[in-house]
Design a protein around this ligand. Structure first.
Ligand SMILES: [Zn+2]
Length: 222
């Protein structure tokens, strides 16, 4: 097999080369729309999460490539967002800082690139913890600068252009550093960080075009 050919482990595409996206060359799967981070997340979810029909899965800001898999998987699947009208698929209104599901009702909560938008991110983390069953898992990713120990946030910056300069995007309120895990621990979680190299060889990382940022597997154990 030619290792320079792209392969998408989410949809199985191995024939259509990845396209450019956001100024990055060869990162977007043209079949399912996945990007670098999605393909790592799916490797980790496939490895760490049992997806059988008795599993309840709460999915914030549901990415199309994951929705397409999870909605037909037979699990009890709950796609939610604070702006559900953004999505073409069925999606229920839900605020991550005020989740309407009862305590210990979910086996899995997934929220990718969500917490950097939320001023009170600890409250959202505590809500994820609350609705998870004992032994449940939160799958979380955020933009993180691993070279920075401390998270940078400044709530006096409210202008969208200034936020883009400070935090990389006009609707972000912080840049996380390595202390992201400390915030998760404050919410009660036990944390494991998964990097691409934990799942795949260097050649597969290149072929599948996988993100170098980690996926955080956050376990609730009481
Ligand atoms: Zn794909």
């Amino acid at each position: 097999m030619n290792e320079t050919e792209n392969y998408c482990s989410i949809c199985g595409n191995g024939s259509s080369p990845f396209k450019s996206y956001g100024g990055r060359t060869g990162v977007l799967c043209p079949v399912c729309g996945s990007l670098e981070r999605h393909r790592l997340i799916w490797h980790v979810v496939s490895r760490e999460c049992r997806l059988s029909e008795d599993v309840s899965f709460l999915h914030f800001a549901p990415e199309q490539c994951f929705y397409d898999k999870l909605a037909v998987s037979g699990i009890k699947y709950f796609p939610v967002d604070i702006n559900p009208e953004r999505f073409k698929n069925a999606c229920t209104h839900m605020n991550a800082t005020d989740i309407t599901f009862p305590d210990e009702s979910m086996d899995i909560v997934m929220a990718n690139h969500l917490l950097e938008h939320i001023p009170d991110d600890i409250k959202a983390m505590k809500e994820f913890f609350r609705v998870l069953k004992n032994g449940g898992i939160a799958v979380l990713t955020v933009p993180v600068k691993l070279g920075n120990e401390k998270t940078y946030e400044d709530f006096s910056i409210t202008d969208p252009q200034e936020r883009e300069k400070a935090f990389g995007q006009s609707d972000h309120v912080r840049w996380y550093g390595r202390d992201f895990t400390d915030r998760l621990k404050r919410a009660g979680f036990y944390i494991e960080e998964f990097f691409a190299k934990d799942c795949l060889s260097d050649s597969e990382i290149r072929r599948q075009v996988i993100d170098r940022s980690p996926v955080y597997i956050c376990r609730k154990r009481i």
